[in-house]
Design a protein around this ligand. Sequence first.
Ligand code: ZN
Length: 382
Amino acid sequence: MLYAYDDNGKLSSLYQLSKQRIEQLRKEKTYFCPTCKESLQIRSGRLHTAHFAHFPSSNCERKHQGESEYHESGKWLLYQWLTHQGYDVELEFFLKETNQRPDLFFTVGDKRIAIEFQCSTIPPEIIEKRTKSLNEAGIFPLWIIGKNQYRQKGKHQLLHTTFHRSLMYYFHSNFCMYYLDVKAQTIIIADHIQGSSTTLCYANPRFYSLKSVTFPQLFTSVPYPSFSYLNIWEKSMYHLRTTYHRRVGSEELQWRQYLYLKGKHFSLIPSVCFLPVPSQSIYHVKAYMWQTRFILDHFMEKPIGDVINNEQKVRCKTINQYQANPIQEYILMLGKLGFVKKTGEGEWVKLKEIQFPTHIDQALEEDKRVMFFLRRQTNVVL
Ligand SMILES: [Zn+2]
């Protein structure tokens, strides 16, 4: 393990100490396990970061826990970072009320905060369950993802899988998430997250050295970045229509099959079946797939003047309990484009038919028109 109590009861680590200093400490100090309180030995060598280990006779539960070095170093970095800011932080404190041992636990004013440093991908159900019990106990959960789960493509595209989607926050009217780069000792805040595909999102990543950022600063808002994700969105729309992929995933295949049975082709879906709704990044289904299904199942067959069913609920909740509603947002956009009209609280009626283009040039022309409209709506400077 990377940290232990010294003989003065102070939580200490050998992380990033010089070889000489470690040898000195080996002679001068005794260290104790935070869990079982037994004395520990120091291990250091060329291959491993210096750390503490139980003696062979020990029966401590932590002896075989095998946490990764990356995870342990990250926890220790966060511990030091918060301690230097004056917070009274507990590492792996056992919370009776939730029966959990969050990586770090501390209070800010009357707020109790638990930090989980998550380096390995775990199922969303587990994240949801742990988050729920912390929320119910009135403890704010801050999930920080390990840099090993961070991939950046270009300036504004990040890897975004089901795992990432389940660790999103919603602050100041935008989606964000937190990463820790242990090696660079840097916190990465990816915010203004928008999404289109199931494995990538568009975001504005900001990098802060731990030395220059405080805990409350993680939650402050920054002005909207100058990048326009609509450009990328437009490109992927063009790509969808014009590039033929022989091999596609099963979800894509099912969607194409579904369209085929309705007598439609995927390259000729209406432009309004690919609208960038704000919550797309937290929804696991690709925008053009769920929007096409919505149009075909809940819009096309209805006569003008009929009420549009918008009751569908999708699982899109952030860690801090913001319930996103992509379908409502979509109907709102259809309203702005003049296809539906609001007639009461949450009630919309069909105003105009949506036409399926009959050839590709017509589809591309229509895409341009819709994009032009969206750019005017969002006031994005290009
Ligand atoms: Zn122990």
